[in-house]
Design a protein around this ligand. Structure first.
Ligand code: TNX
Length: 543
């Protein structure tokens, strides 16, 4: 690269100039089974149709057309009649795809035809995400590229190890407009991430509009949540891992939230909303006087002006009041509205780091909140601190991030709880990626949280004493204190988020770090064409 740079090429020109044909199929996450047949490749023609067979094939067919039309410049009509020149056929219906695996698919590519088969639209979409990685990397261009649009002759059978493969975004500390959330979704969905967890509230901000309910005994003005605490930029405003950049401020209207839910759904993702309680509530206490005893309404969370060397932040200083009846009135109204706008099964109530709440008050409040969620017909999710409370029987989820795993295992055994794994050293995005990355937290790993470290998570065995069937899956956690904007986030999230996606999708028996980095090396060019600002980890033989 340095030689080319001395001739005046920029890094992006260089990567495009030098991108080799891929002898390694850069498939991420790794499918269950891939056979290269050795035959001639498939070639897309300017008159190829995308054939959707079965009503549920329409959406994945349109999705594929949306990916390939801008880069190929081809019309790629979506039709329902099998035939035409070198068609890509998507077939969805019972009996298709791997038996008993609704998220699975089969894919075959031969010279004149590609066929993806699945028993559900979601399964076919997973096949589409694999197919886009089989085309040349230029398929990710948003402008027309003159390329030979070939796909190697392969047959693939694939399905996920875990059903829950999540990405958490902390929009409370650093707000992202809907357009930015869509960019996060686009990239993550291509690696088969299928849950979008939005950390909507925290000490520094409240980012979701709540209407005044008809039944409002305490006369709370719910619009203050967003007019006051949605109007605050993160109190960390101006301070980031990567230098000074102002925090975006704002909140989601109900229409914004509906648009995120819709867009996530098109991309195969279910939204998991979090209202963090009974700690991490300074923004709510600051906005709503009735949540406080007279005269005790706190000031807006005060911020930090420099990033601590290890990337920690000030947490655990606020609490709802267990003795105030308004607490429960408020949480029920909020949870009811969040449940109504969320089609997915999960409501996350936080429960982490309630460091100024007594243990008795914590249990009282969490038991009330989990009962409220159960009453709304949703499955409650909380961080692992809530493992010891009276979780709804056979209908609760614990998101493990830190500390002893024993209480989690106990809740699984005694309450039938399920587990999402977000152990900080394996999933925390704002941590330094390797020693060459000068910025980033080090508290989770006592140094960089490397790609190899992320990759080494085996979700099936991480918590001893529980069966793999009690593990729903995995989730990366993009905490927002020190990150601003899509470019900064991508620089910390990629490529590690892909390692987590593979931990969630691929069977342990096909996983191997060297093989992973070889595939990732191929995928680097794909991310470059796409404009993903990934960190070039030293662990990867980028090419
Ligand atoms: C701990 S992880 C938190 C967050 C912080 C994060 C990083 C968890 C459940 N709580 O409030 O953002 O550390 O500083």
């Amino acid at each position: 690269y340095q030689r080319w740079a001395s001739y005046g090429y920029s890094i992006s020109e260089f990567q495009i100039w030098d991108a080799p044909d891929a002898p390694v199929l850069g498939l991420l996450p790794k499918p269950v089974s891939v056979t290269t047949t050795g035959g001639s490749p498939y070639t897309l023609s300017s008159s190829s149709p995308i054939v959707a067979l079965g009503a549920d094939a329409q959406a994945p067919a349109n999705y594929l057309a949306g990916v390939l039309r801008p880069s190929t410049g081809y019309a790629l009509p979506v039709t329902t009649a099998d035939g035409g020149t070198a068609p890509i056929v998507i077939r969805v219906g019972s009996g298709y795809g791997p038996p008993g695996k609704p998220e699975g698919y089969t894919l075959s590519a031969a010279p004149g035809r590609i066929e993806i088969a699945a028993s559900s639209a979601g399964g076919a979409l997973n096949g589409v995400q694999t197919l886009r990685q089989l085309f040349p990397q230029w398929a990710e261009s948003r402008t027309v590229v003159a390329a030979s649009w070939t796909v190697p002759a392969v047959t693939i059978t694939d399905y996920p190890r875990f059903g829950y493969r999540g990405m958490m975004i902390d929009v409370a500390r650093s707000f992202y407009p809907v357009a930015d959330i869509k960019k996060f979704i686009d990239t993550a969905a291509s690696y088969k991430i299928n849950r979008l967890h939005l950390h909507l509230t925290d000490d520094q901000g409240w980012r979701i509009a709540i209407d005044d309910p008809a039944d409002n005994p305490s006369g709370i003005d719910y619009s203050l949540l967003t007019s006051v605490s949605g109007a605050t930029a993160a109190s960390y405003n101006g301070t980031t891992m990567l230098g000074t950049e102002l925090g975006a401020t704002g909140y989601y209207t109900k229409a914004d939230y509906a648009e995120i839910v819709r867009y996530a759904g098109v991309n195969g993702m279910t939204v998991v909303p979090e209202i963090d309680m009974p700690g991490h509530v300074n923004a709510a206490l600051h906005a709503i006087p009735q949540l406080n005893s007279a005269g005790s309404k706190p000031a807006l969370a005060s911020g930090a002006t420099t990033v601590p060397a290890n990337g920690t932040s000030s947490v655990g200083y606020s609490s709802l009041d267990a003795a105030n009846p308004v607490t429960y009135e408020f949480t029920r109204r909020v949870l009811t509205q969040i449940a109504a706008m969320t089609p997915g099964p999960y409501l996350h109530i936080g429960g982490d780091e309630s460091l100024v709440t007594s243990s008795a008050n914590y249990t009282t409040m969490i038991n009330a909140f989990t009962a409220q969620v159960a009453g709304l017909g949703k499955t409650v999710v909380g961080w692992n601190e809530y493992s010891g409370t009276a979780l709804p029987s056979n209908n609760s989820v614990i998101q493990y991030w830190n500390g002893s795993t024993a209480p989690v295992a106990s809740a699984v055994t005694t309450r039938g709880a399920k587990v999402i794994l977000s152990p900080a050293p394996y999933t925390y995005i704002p941590q330094r990626q390797d020693s060459r990355q000068p910025q980033g937290g080090t508290w989770a790993c006592g140094g960089p949280c490397t790609l190899a470290g992320y990759y080494s998570l085996d979700p099936g065995t991480f918590i001893s004493g529980i069966a793999e069937s009690s593990v729903l899956g995995v989730e990366t956690a993009q905490w927002g204190e020190w990150l601003r904007g899509v470019r900064q986030v991508e620089y910390f999230a990629y490529p590690r988020l892909i390692a987590n996606a593979e931990a969630g999708w691929s069977p342990q028996s096909v996983r191997n770090f060297t093989d992973f980095t070889a595939r990732l090396a191929v995928a680097g060019g794909r991310m470059t064409v796409r404009g993903v600002n990934f960190f070039p980890s030293a662990d990867v033989p980028w090419r």
